[in-house]
Design a protein around this ligand. Sequence first.
Ligand code: ADP
Ligand code: ZN
Length: 731
Amino acid sequence: MTAPSFYEEGALVAVLTTQPLDRLLDYKAPEGGCFLGAFVDVPLGPRRVLGVVWGPGRGDFDINKIRPMNRVLDAAPMQEEMRQFLGRAADYTLTPMPAMLRLATRSPGLGDPPSMRKVYRLGHSEPERMTDARRRVLEVLRDYGGLSFTLGELAETAGVTSSVIKGLVKQGAVAEEDSPRDLPYPRLDPDLPGKELTEDQAAASEVLRGAIRSGDYGSTLLKGVTGSGKTEVYLEAVAECLRKGRQALVLLPEIALTAEFLRRVEARFGAMPAEWHSGVTMTERRRAWKMVGEGGAQLVVGARSALFLPYRDLGLIVIDEEHDTSYKQEDGVLYNARDMAVLRASICSAQVILASATPSLESWANAEIGKYARLELTSRFGEAELPEMSAIDMRNEDLPGSRWISPTLQREVEARIALGEQALLFLNRRGYAPVTICRACGHQIGCDHCDARMVEHRFLKRLVCHQCGETKPMPTVCPSCGAEDRLAPVGPGVERLQEEAAALFPQARIAVLSSDLFGSARALKAKVEEIASGGADIVIGTQLVAKGHNFPLLTLVGVIDADLGLQGSDLRAAERTFQLMRQVAGRAGRAEKPGAALLQTYQPEHPVIRAILAGDEEGFWRAEAAERKAAGVPPYGRMAGIVLSSPDVQQVFDIGGVLARNDAPLRRIGAQVYGPAPAPIARIRGRHRVRLLVKAAKTAPLQAALAQWVGQVKLPTNLRLAIDIDPQSFY
Ligand code: ADP
Ligand code: ZN
């Protein structure tokens, strides 16, 4: 029997709340009854909390003590599909349901009645005394035939002050009314003409449109070099989805990229879509959440959390730059939006498009075994060519210890500048120098709260901890031995590279693009536009520049340290380096001018560097896949990271040891546990961190075993345990 979808007043219903309780709570349905899935306000102790009607009451509680709900909130009830999605996402990520519900209700004043604002329209009487200004107001209202204006809009259109309008309101010549603020978004028109597609773009878009028309679930990997027109292609899939009357969601990895994308949406569909990310105002957030639920938003463009909006009928999810690590949420609920998108789509019969020039090995492997369909755009649009890539063997370069631009790279940069073109020097390190060392005693300046070295930021004139954000002024004496003026920077950051470039190329205009140098997305965007229009000769950038910006004059990319990402024990080090290098190289030669990429390396014979240079993508992926298969790690095996943290170092090791010894639930499914070991960053914000790693076969029921395993141990209150399924970063 299926649960009834409506509960009469007084009926016993179970409610899931956002409070950290491990069970549903029973309440009596309020006056007027309530629907299954309704958002409700319920009493909990002395408080009122948010909840969702989850099913019939369980009746295992004294009926006389069960309280009625306070009220049903003014929001469309959560649909069956969304409730299933939250449940399955919770099971997958081992997250308690209340935390999932919090993700799904991140809208201010979610249940408030539509907020009102004053609007103005034509009244019924004439003003006692007519003036020029008054006449203009009435004319505007007549001209616009019954449309209502806000005070500001009307004053501006009529060219009067707001007191003129207020005067007319007093006399009844202008009517002042309250009107709801959370209005539907303007309609997007999928039938406006799009760009004329090239042959392979058209073929790809036809396949995607067919998939949308089927109305079934499916995932497609849309692969194509940067600039090949992936965006144009998936916009046609969005158009088809809108024609079917279903909603579409486009996820982008970086807020800084949304503005440009929104302009493209507006050009294609004639209006702006809903936006959902940390940069939108509270009012807009509220409007987006509501309208998505009521169907008043056809398209949402947003960050990963947009996946948890209450879509009425979601038909398509696009994940642009699907390999990007920012899709993994690394605090709170640990989830990967890419994987959760596939889960949600499979529940609501939607299509997923994973777009990338450099897909993740996970998606590559899923396409290999046919779980995902695969479409490829092979050439760049127009004349643009992929750049020529070559290595600069740093062992043969004559370069003093504290310089990083080799003579070969220097000559190439000079040649490009002479032609009026731009060069990019890429170094994925923010700040001036990653390490500050005392030349007298060897002490390295670290953070007081973390096991991390502090990074000098010369623009800020401070040392910054990249783990916790703590800053302190640059000391003049060594904090360890007290020696004066012996502190020295070691290694390069982009700020130091800028100093070197300024000395080597005194005539050149140099711009630095690093996330910490811009106070706002707007400031960054302005800088990017300035560079794009030729406002710099040399761009020095971190991985910020690797993401989707278009610099038509840029023809040379110099990678300062191609070996950087290959160090360390991250199982994805090779994959990340490969992706990043190809992406950075893809910044060169986007317009008519051909580009070149030069990789400074001390190990040109390293297999990853060789694969990057050879441009042999399939070869690289096959080799990488074989290695991971042999090691039994993702995507060919399953992994979970468990991080225990506490202010008490003894305690984290003790509990870690208890877990490691009591591994029977894991052994039962053939899984192994490694550790406890100090996490790579053994202390963050004063909390000591210990890590265990669990490895299991691809088909093993890992989540259930993990839940049983950690459930055996009673955790002290100041100890935190975080389980990360499919960890992306190991810190
Ligand atoms: P990608 O998403 O693969 O990086 P884009 O869709 O952004 O590629 O395309 C790169 C540039 O080429 C954009 O400015 C885009 O408008 C343009 N472009 C791509 N395909 C076409 C086309 N068929 N007609 C006109 N312009 C196109
Ligand atoms: Zn710190």
